[in-house]
Design a protein around this ligand. Sequence first.
Ligand code: SF4
Length: 432
Amino acid sequence: MNMKIDPWSALNIYDYSKLFTEFGILPFGQLLPEIADPHRYMRRKIIFGHRGYDLITDAMNNGKPFSVMSGFMPSGRIHLGHKMVMEEIIWHQQQGADAFVGIADREAHSVRGISWENCRDIGVNEYIISLIALGFEPHGHIYFQSDSEQVKDLAFELGSKANFSELSAIYGFTGETSISHMLSAVTQSADILHPQLEDFGGPKPTVIPVGADQDPHIRLTRGLGHKMNMFKIEGREDKGSRRYFSIRSKAAPEDALKELDDRIPGRTKLFEGHVDVYDLDDFGELLRIVREVELEFGGYAFVPPSSTYHRFMSGLQGGKMSSSIPDSYISLTEDPKEAARKVRRAKTGGRVTLEEQKKLGGEPDRCSVYELLLFNLIEDDQELARIYNECVSGQKVCGDCKALAAERMEKFLKEHQELRELAKDRLDEYGL
Ligand code: SF4
């Protein structure tokens, strides 16, 4: 059965293995040994999948330039789910990435009907202030879509390569879908690709940390980036089974092919519409030359954007987090005591009676209190493992866990809100 992921309807996807088989997302665990000091989301398999993240590990390990980018739609209160993405952006910034955060006001306005004034207010007072309070450094870029000429111009260019059938196949758009809604899809692709524009240092690997529901955007954008490029490189075999590379022109001027033929070292052959390269021993060098020539002839030479996918946190009452059910989520701007109260009333994986709990143990994998500890409140893996083991072996009672999680949540929010007050005075450092 086909599984459609719709980024505008916060689906809770429980069966993540389908994402590997049906959508070609790769397991993140394979890359873990390449990462010197992985984030707790990586260590704990909360980030479970990726596309093309090997480009990012290569950049991190070899001092090459790379970017991290993600966006937030200013449509409601900032909650722990947004904090996850912000932490991922900040972690990559600390590893050397040029970091970009877009406030998707065009999307909020076109899809949710939120006024421009409210977009600005929510964007700054909910999202940006918390982002700064969580540690985003001023050398990164924070912008509103509607303010960025680069993003708007690129969105228009990308729109020429995206058609209605493609968007409908990915997002389920119908004849009733507004043009602005469609435009907001290509605007998000422009968000993702614009760190590679000349203004920001040119083509480079860019990672987009997202929830699995955002994968359609990533696939669309990888496809659009590919379509925008002048060349594609194909691995081929001749009649004598010798392997070679063929650089095919998609929209390149003839002179650009001639330039490639001149610059690529070793044996090359120029044809109409393509250059073939034989006996190549450094594919990276070939890529570099092709991108260099494309840029000189006015092309984009986009590197396909990479992505990481994280699990969703469930709602405090079980099921999905929902902005229409305040008890299902914790906002970073709510009263810390009220948040602690929500934690104490959250659904656990405990048994009906204490006797059963002692005999059978609890079920931390179905416990929203354990999830809070796992995702947010315990950094030390050993402390977390101890709680898990004490739960499954029946040594722990839910009341103790709730008290611990409530106390830590209250402390975290109190400190975060103090940092938010300081962040409010620092907006000008970020050009806001
Ligand atoms: Fe959850 Fe703790 Fe209860 Fe186990 S003991 S089910 S981890 S609240």
